[in-house]
Design a protein around this ligand. Sequence first.
Ligand code: FAD
Length: 307
Amino acid sequence: MGYNLVVLVKQVPDTKRITGEAMLPDGTVNRSALPAIFNPEDLHALELALELKERYGGYVTVVTMGPPRACDVLREGLERGADDAILITDRRAGASDTLATSYILSCAVRQIGAAKPVDMVLCGRQAIDGDTAQVPPQTAEKLGWPQVTYIEKVEEIADGRVRAKRNTGSGWERVECPLPCLLTVTDQGPEPRPASAKRLMAVKKARSRAEIQMELGVQMPGAAPEAIAAEAENRAAALAAKNLLIKQWTLDDIKADLQWCGRDGSPTKVKRIQSVVLKGSGFKKVEAAAQPIADMIHELIDDHTIG
Ligand SMILES: Cc1cc2nc3c(=O)[nH]c(=O)nc-3n(C[C@H](O)[C@H](O)[C@H](O)COP(=O)(O)OP(=O)(O)OC[C@H]3O[C@@H](n4cnc5c(N)ncnc54)[C@H](O)[C@@H]3O)c2cc1C
């Protein structure tokens, strides 16, 4: 029988390679100055899904919401062993905050489940750019499924229940929950396997329709839009015949209600973006005792730093 497993993966800027050009003058991230990578904890989530497939049988689909270039993480997911990959891309999804992102991802999971019910969604605990760790819990909430966060290991799936070990920060707890459910996996999860050379060669030509369009824009400069569209259709058909056409869904394909997507569906409003540079003089050492800490908290409340 096996389990239908969906792994939500995000392409993120490699924040370990921050240089002087990493931030724009307006305080936003200069994405072109940083290489784009597979969100590190999502690799552990994918590995856990692949191990569950090996233990129990099943099917692993990697899903990302993002611009066409986010297909790089889908190809990497296929290289590492995923069976299928889906790009959710739509201009109307732009400016989505975490609430809108999780609504869109929950619609995608429902759409996958329309063909065969999904048993488990696996996510990284947190993305290294947005850093909120909100998307997986919100997605579980929207699906109406139980969630278990901070997973390091799945011990067993039996009788429609999963038993997993989760990190509590100061120790571990063993949690059992019914399927379908959503798990978030930390970097203490199973060690990601390297991409297999055979799979790498097999899927390196996999493309989504959006990527084909982008490539043709470069390869056929000045060509009529109809000619580009016809050639794009030919190339997509040729890739589909070899099972190398990466599925691409719009908000319509996943039956998303537009009022919950993009800017309209995003209650978070950015008031101001500020680069905070900590200087030596900004530090104040406080003795680790109750009274000095209480004094410090009162000081911070008084100058409106907190509270
Ligand atoms: C007000 C506001 C406006 C924003 N506007 C934009 C914008 O215009 N354009 C833009 O690109 N971003 C925008 N963002 C950022 C965007 O909302 C977040 O990047 C996104 O919601 C993910 O949040 P996070 O990075 O904190 O992920 P986390 O919640 O930390 O991610 C945890 C896990 O959830 C899964 N996950 C998260 N995001 C995705 C995804 N996209 N696809 C698949 N799986 C995923 C992964 O498994 C990941 O490890 C905006 C955010 C805010 C608050």
